[in-house]
Design a protein around this ligand. Structure first.
Ligand SMILES: *[C@@H]1O[C@H](CO)[C@@H](O)[C@H](O)[C@H]1NC(C)=O
Ligand SMILES: *[C@@H]1O[C@H](CO)[C@@H](O)[C@H](O)[C@H]1NC(C)=O
Ligand SMILES: *[C@@H]1O[C@H](CO)[C@@H](O)[C@H](O)[C@H]1NC(C)=O
Ligand SMILES: *[C@@H]1O[C@H](CO)[C@@H](O)[C@H](O)[C@H]1NC(C)=O
Length: 504
């Protein structure tokens, strides 16, 4: 503590010196008169700043049920609404739902500074501070009004009570039904930009440094029809439904967060029973960055376009036990990028992928990618530059689920340049050679080619080792076999390169 005090004192001295310098310069300028006033203003702000530091270190007064809510005193104070000032119990013993809703309500009624998007009141960066407490919550914390933005809720733990409604989320960024905006943003294509801005519920809400414990009752966070929401450094556990659900709207950014239905570090004996979904993106243009999902039946479910996943580590329920790391359930217009991620004993399923990019990722423990046919379409798919490691059973790194019918519309699919240990390499591009002595050569690419009976492009060379100079021709490429025939028997080698995705 002494060191900390010394540190802050030094900071203040440095700050004070800086302000003095400004003030001295100001004395010689035409605005000297205003400068000295500004100097006093700075000193006063610094004193307020120092006071706020002291408050951080002091033990908060024990809340008493009779203490009336104390909104921040004076309009010049920083707009930080401390939930214990509204009667919240940071020990988690008594229900803090009403108190936290009170703080949220006060924050929303505080001074505002114009608008963000049309119809979204700018709350100016107001904060609802959980003060490092652990609060018991018996009803969803739903913002009392829609049409607000520039608000942060941060710094503590929320835990669902034993009677928390199982169909709700601890924090719901959705207005109560009476003020609900219409779901006009339920667009199916990102090609139609949203022009009617007033129809968003919230803009620039930040949920930061929060532990959300759903206590095996319902979900963690729900974001509905909102714009530019940031979920940063959150630990979301014990959900039974969904850890974080994002529905319509744009640009919910989930960063540096950890999600698990059960608190475990892998190899959990109850893993077969994991049931929930950690993150469900039912909207466009969202991002998951550096997110770990350690327990859930489905790690990430995506049914909107143009989402990007980067640095996502899934070790939820293993594929062998029926789990899925990332499920892309948007057949026909996928537009998803998965990069720099780590699929750990659990894989990726993509239904009729159209524009999908998976690269620079690591698949461990026989994890693989399934392309699942719905209407037989796979188009614009890159699965390149990944590493796969397995147990030596030879499982294919990319597999087809054609139980609903075969893929028949296959275009611009590139599965190539992946490396494999203990798994079966699968690709859409393959090279091979064979030695022979005769007038017919057959190269069988079935062990490596992903799609059955599909060679769109082939290049071959026939090399005769005995000095012969035969006429030769490509006879047949069906069933993924390249057959070359020569007019006379020769001893030599056939080299061929085939491509399933691109007609060349
Ligand atoms: C969009 O609307 C349809 C029907 O109107 C509904 O079934 C679907 O759940 C909605 N999707 C989203 C993301 O709101
Ligand atoms: C998993 O669920 C089954 C059936 O509900 C139950 O019998 C079993 O004890 C559970 N296993 C674990 C480890 O929780
Ligand atoms: C190729 O086969 C023919 C007979 O079919 C044989 O005479 C010839 O020696 C063989 N060449 C080589 C290099 O094995
Ligand atoms: C190519 O081979 C397949 C059998 O694999 C056969 O059915 C087909 O008729 C052959 N095509 C030609 C042009 O010989």
């Amino acid at each position: 503590m002494a060191n900390a005090a010394l540190f802050w004192t030094s900071i203040l001295v440095v700050l004070a010196t800086a302000f003095f310098t400004v003030s001295v310069l100001g004395d010689h300028s035409p605005i000297a008169h205003f400068s000295s006033g500004r100097h006093r203003d700075h000193i006063r702000k610094m004193q307020a700043f120092k006071a706020s530091l002291v408050r951080h270190d002091s033990v908060p007064p024990a809340p008493s049920p009779s203490s009336a809510p104390q909104p921040p005193q004076g309009t010049r104070n920083p707009r930080v609404y401390r939930v214990t000032s509204y009667g919240a119990d940071p020990t988690g013993k008594t229900d803090s739902t009403a108190a936290i809703l009170g703080a949220l309500s006060a924050a929303l009624k505080g001074p505002s500074e114009g608008f963000l998007m049309k119809g979204i009141t700018n709350l100016g960066g107001v904060q609802v501070h959980l003060e490092g407490g652990n609060y018991l919550i018996s009803q969803a914390l739903r913002l009392p009004a829609s049409g607000v933005g520039n608000l942060m809720i941060h710094g503590g733990t929320l835990r669902a009570s034993d009677d928390f409604p199982t169909d709700r989320y601890l924090i719901e960024l959705s207005p109560s039904s009476s003020t609900s905006k219409s779901q006009e943003n339920n667009e199916t294509s990102m090609d139609q930009p949203q022009l009617s801005s007033a129809s968003y519920n919230y803009e620039y809400i930040t949920l930061k440094d929060l532990m959300l414990d759903s206590n095996h009752r319902g979900g963690g966070i729900s974001v509905v029809n909102s714009l530019r929401v940031s979920i940063d450094n959150c630990y979301v556990v014990h959900f039974t439904t969904t850890g974080i659900a994002v529905q319509s709207g744009h640009e919910t950014y989930i960063r540096n967060s950890f999600l698990g239905q059960h608190i475990t570090a892998g190899g959990d004996p109850g893993e077969r029973n994991f049931s929930g979904t950690a993150i469900n993106l039912m909207g466009n243009d969202n991002a998951l960055t550096d997110v770990v999902i350690f327990s859930a039946a489905v790690g990430v479910m995506i049914s909107g376009q143009a989402n990007i996943l980067s640095g996502v580590h899934c070790y939820n329920k293993a594929t062998g036990f029926g789990g899925t790391g990332i499920y892309l359930k948007l057949p026909g217009l996928t537009q998803t990028r998965i990069v720099n991620s780590y699929l750990d004993y659990t894989g990726i399923v993509a239904e009729d992928p159209v524009q999908l990019h998976i690269s620079n990722s690591f698949f461990l423990g026989d994890a693989y990618i399934v392309l699942k046919s719905i209407n037989g379409v796979v188009n614009g798919v890159n699965i390149v530059d990944n590493m796969f490691s397995g147990s030596g059973k030879g499982l294919g790194i990319v597999q087809l689920d054609q139980s609903n019918g075969a893929f028949k519309n296959i275009d611009q699919v590139v599965v190539d340049r992946n490396n494999v240990r203990g798994m079966g390499l699968k690709a859409t591009v393959a090279r091979g050679s064979i030695q022979g002595n005769g007038s017919s050569w057959t190269l069988d690419f079935n062990p490596v080619l992903l799609f059955p009976n599909l060679i769109k492009h082939v290049q071959y060379s026939l090399s005769a080792s005995d000095g012969a100079f035969p006429n030769h021709v490509l006879r047949n490429v069906s069933e993924n076999r390249v057959i070359v025939a020569s007019d006379v028997a020769v001893s030599g080698s056939l080299y061929a390169m085939v491509d399933q995705g691109m007609a060349g």
